[in-house]
Design a protein around this ligand. Sequence first.
Ligand SMILES: [Zn+2]
Length: 275
Amino acid sequence: MPEGHTLFALARDLHEAFAGTRPTVTSPQGRFADGAAQVSGRELLAATSRGKHLFLEFSQERWVHVHLGLIGTFTLDAGPWTAEAPVVGQVRMRLAHGEHVADLRGPTQCAVVTPDEVAAVLSRLGPDPLRPDADPERAWHRLHRSGRTVAELLMDQAVVAGVGNVYRCEVLFRHRLSPFTPGRELRAASWRLLWEDLVRLMPLGVATGRIVTTEEQVRQVEAALGRGEPPRLAERTSAVYRRQGQPCPRCGSRVRSQVVAGRTLYWCGRCQRRR
Ligand SMILES: [Zn+2]
């Protein structure tokens, strides 16, 4: 499933391509035909993301709310584009204007919604580490009184928006935290460090299109971006994700795996014992 950094980059790219234009909106597949007719030809004011949710704001208070789910994709192609461009696959929504065409396929959500409905979605989401106005105290409020484990809580979009399975595994590894620590046993200082790390790591995902979490790679990417150069990434940019049975890069113990909150958790049983 795409994590928050993917949606953030997608919103940025859609905004650059379409904001201030009046795109033609269609539903080649037909399932979004009514919604497309409601927004087609209106000015697209902004494309934004919150966590794994994408919002397209059109004039006169019409919004399109998109969630890609597990298999959805939203591809943006630079032109030249013409109305006769072929449709490939099941395109739920197509945005087209000038040189740009963007095709949405396989989302779990694609609907025209009101401002109140947008507000309702946002109110159900925790803070998004990619947003400068995000308040980590809102997440702490939910975390510190919960008996659920931190591995479950990090996957709960009502706690933190945008973190998915890879960032969950990796950030817990980076802080040597046991994934099975109950939220109520997590110290406020530990939460602050986890949050600050997500705020540091997720923009690197936006910048590179990859989840970069090994400290060596993190430093290299930060240095390259600081110099205004494209970062060169190693093949391996994460430490424990999908490494079950392999040696832990920190202590050499075997990386373990177990399904937690519906997704496979990867962690080191030896060096992630902190609570
Ligand atoms: Zn280890």
